[in-house]
Design a protein around this ligand. Structure first.
Ligand code: GTP
Ligand code: NA
Ligand code: MG
Length: 280
């Protein structure tokens, strides 16, 4: 085989932390402040995956995760499909059970972490206490002489956001993230559901290659042909490249979150791969 041509790709950043520590608010704030004019509105809320374009033109893919204790598996998956984890810790509440759990998922996945200490606008906020408490989880932030980046933010007052973006981009730069866009796509299902009118829909994060309308694929143990692709702004698109989250229509059934999507040459091959996966 000819060597693959790797090209730079956007970092995939998963937001994790305890319930109500402000993960979604922080993402909303980042979209509102850092997306270029015109891109801030019209983002489909139920997709927990979307891209923002920073003022300097860099693209970052964000995955939101729930903080409720029931969703441990979702957090584990989030840590496994990501390049970087943003650990959100509310400065008034401090480290809580799902904060610790998110730290453990992140460590297990071997993914670098950036700590966003949120709700710093609150009078009872104590960011220094958060940094100190992180030490007992063996997370040593820069201020404490370690190498984990941390930033004080307020999703409510929209402070610290540029600094957070800079730290993400700095971390991503060190990682030299690349993928070959010129091959058959591979990706992971972020979430999937049966949609009234549209049928089975999966939100897929494309990892390698470029997913195209008309592609034949296997997703989990189901096969299908891409009928339509819908981006995070609700727009129909013809293609989705590496690090892009996209809704895929044309599935024969609802796959499971975490399932792998693999594009194959033809339907015969799709049946073969699907049958093989069913045996696993
Ligand atoms: P789950 O997804 O349910 O785990 O919650 P979450 O982490 O996404 O938190 P969410 O964004 O839903 O925010 C929870 C509450 O905290 C909301 O009432 C927010 O308005 C509030 N909140 C979020 N960020 C801030 C902040 O920076 N300052 C203050 N004062 N309140 C905040
Ligand atoms: Na919440
Ligand atoms: Mg949330």
């Amino acid at each position: 085989d000819a060597p693959e041509t790797l090209k730079p790709r956007a970092p995939v950043v998963t937001i994790m932390g305890h319930v109500d520590h402000g993960k979604t608010s922080l993402l909303d704030a980042l979209r509102g402040t850092d997306v270029v004019a015109g891109e801030s509105g019209g983002i489909t809320q139920h997709i927990g995956a979307y891209q923002v374009t920073t003022k300097k033109g860099d693209v970052i893919t964000f995955l939101d995760t729930p903080g409720h204790e029931a969703f441990s598996e979702m957090r584990a998956r989030g840590a496994n499909v990501t390049d970087i984890v943003i650990l959100v810790v509310a400065a008034d509440d401090g480290l809580m059970p799902q904060t610790i759990e998110a730290i453990n998922h992140t460590k297990a996945a071997g993914v670098p972490m950036i700590v966003a200490i949120n709700k710093c606008d609150k009078p009872e906020a104590n960011p220094q206490k958060v940094r100190e408490r992180l030490l007992s989880e063996e997370i040593v932030v820069e201020d404490m002489g370690g190498d984990v980046q941390d930033v004080e933010v307020s999703a409510l007052k929209k402070t610290g956001l540029d600094e957070l973006i800079d730290k993400i981009l700095l971390q991503a730069e060190v990682m030299e993230l690349t993928a070959n866009p010129d091959r058959q796509a591979e990706g992971n299902v972020i979430e999937a559901q049966l949609d009234k009118g549209r049928g089975a829909v999966a939100t897929v994060l494309v990892r390698k290659g470029t997913l195209k309308v008309g592609d034949t694929f296997v997703i989990g143990a189901e096969s299908g042909k891409v009928r339509a692709l819908v981006n995070d702004k609700g727009q129909n698109v013809k293609v989705a490249g590496p690090s892009t989250p996209v809704e895929v229509l044309g599935l024969s059934g609802v796959p499971l979150a975490g399932d792998q999507l693999t594009v194959v040459e033809n339907e015969a091959r799709a049946r073969e791969v699907a049958a093989y996966r069913q045996e696993q």
